[in-house]
Design a protein. Structure first.
Lengths: 190, 190
C-alpha cells in the first residue's frame, strides 16, 4: 500500500559533490551540493543546481567555470561543513585545512585531497525557480592514482563516495556489489 | 598524485531510476536511467536525460508527463532489464511480471512493486547534445508504507535503493550510516 507524501524533492540516491570556483579576485571557494547529476553523454555534461544567494552562484556567472570534487568518506565532516557556511563569510579552505588546486583545463579550483574531480566550463544556465541549474561541459576528469584498479579504472571501494539521504538529512557510504549492468537483466530478458 | 582520464561522464554517485510513460495508445512503458537528479526545490523538480531514439522520449513529448520509480535491491534484475530493451520491441511489463499503476497526479504509469515513486509533469526540455534533458515538476511522491519509519519518514535501510557505478557498469547497494548532515561539519566549523 502506497502513501502520498505530497510534492517534494525526494529521490534515491542523491550524490554529495563539492563545487569549486574562484571569485573575481581569484580567491577559491567551495560549496557542497546534492542537486546534481550527469545530464548528457556527448558533450559530456554535469548539471548542478544552486540558489542565487550562494557565493558560488556569482562566481560561476563571473568565471564561467567550476569544478566538481567528489569527497571520500574520509572527508565527510569537511563536505558537510562546506554546505553549512557561506564563502561570503568564511575562508573554507583555511578553516578546513584542505588544499585548493587550480584546474588545468578550466579557471576553477578543486580540492586536492578529494579522490575524483571534474573540470567544467559553463555551457548553459537554466532558471527553474528557487534554483538555477548550471550545465557544465566536463573537459577533464582527474582521479587519484590510489583509487585506480590494476585495469586503470577507478574502483568504488577505493573512491568510497558519499550518498545523501534527503528524507532524513543523513549521509551513507556505499555497500556491497549487487551485479553487473547490462547483464543482470538477462535473467528477465530470457 | 592525480591522473587525467580525459573528458568523460564520470560521477559518484549515479542514481538508478526507472521512468514510466504511456504511449499515444495508452500502453505503459518503462526505461532505466542514471543521468538523473533533483534540480530545483521550489517548484520541486527532477531532471532526467534521454536520447531521442528512446521510446520514452517520444512518450514524454506526447503526454507531457512521466513518473520516476525507485527500485529496491530486490528488483535489480528488472531495473537492469528495463535499460537493456526498447519499449518499441518489447512489452517490458509483461516480460517482467511487474505491475503498471496509473498515477493519480499525472497521466503516466509507475511500477507498483517499487518502494518510491515521483509523479511528474513536464516543465522544460533542454537540448544538450546526444541527450535531451526533461525537467519534471514533482506533483506527488508516493512511498510504500513498509519503508516508512515510526516517524512517518522513509528509512534508507527499508528503501534499499541502488547506486550505479558508470566507471565499471556495476550496481551497488547502500552501506552504513556515516553521519548527520548540517551537523557532522560542526567539527570543522569549531
Amino acid at each position: 500500500m502506497k502513501q502520498s507524501l505530497g510534492a517534494r524533492t525526494l529521490l534515491y540516491t542523491h550524490p554529495v559533490v563539492v563545487i569549486g570556483t574562484y571569485d573575481r579576485d581569484g580567491k577559491p571557494n567551495v560549496m557542497t551540493a546534492a542537486w546534481a547529476g550527469i545530464c548528457c553523454s556527448s558533450p559530456p555534461c554535469v548539471a548542478v543546481s544552486l540558489q542565487k544567494p550562494r557565493h558560488t552562484y556569482g562566481n560561476i556567472r563571473e568565471t564561467k567555470a567550476f569544478t566538481v570534487s567528489i569527497p571520500s568518506e574520509d572527508y565527510l565532516k569537511e563536505a558537510d561543513y562546506f554546505g553549512m557556511v557561506s564563502g561570503k563569510e568564511a575562508d573554507k579552505f583555511a578553516a578546513s585545512g584542505l588544499t585548493p588546486v587550480k584546474g588545468t583545463a578550466v579557471n576553477a579550483p578543486y580540492i586536492g585531497e578529494f579522490p575524483v574531480v571534474l573540470e567544467c566550463t559553463l555551457l548553459h544556465s537554466f532558471e527553474l525557480g528557487l534554483h538555477t541549474q548550471f550545465v557544465g561541459e566536463i573537459l577533464d576528469v582527474k582521479v587519484d592514482e590510489a583509487v585506480l584498479g590494476t585495469d586503470g579504472r577507478p574502483e568504488m571501494a577505493r573512491v568510497r563516495p558519499i550518498v545523501y539521504d534527503s528524507a532524513r538529512q543523513e549521509y551513507y557510504g556505499i555497500g556491497r556489489l549487487l551485479g553487473k549492468a547490462f547483464s543482470a537483466g538477462r535473467a528477465v530478458k530470457g
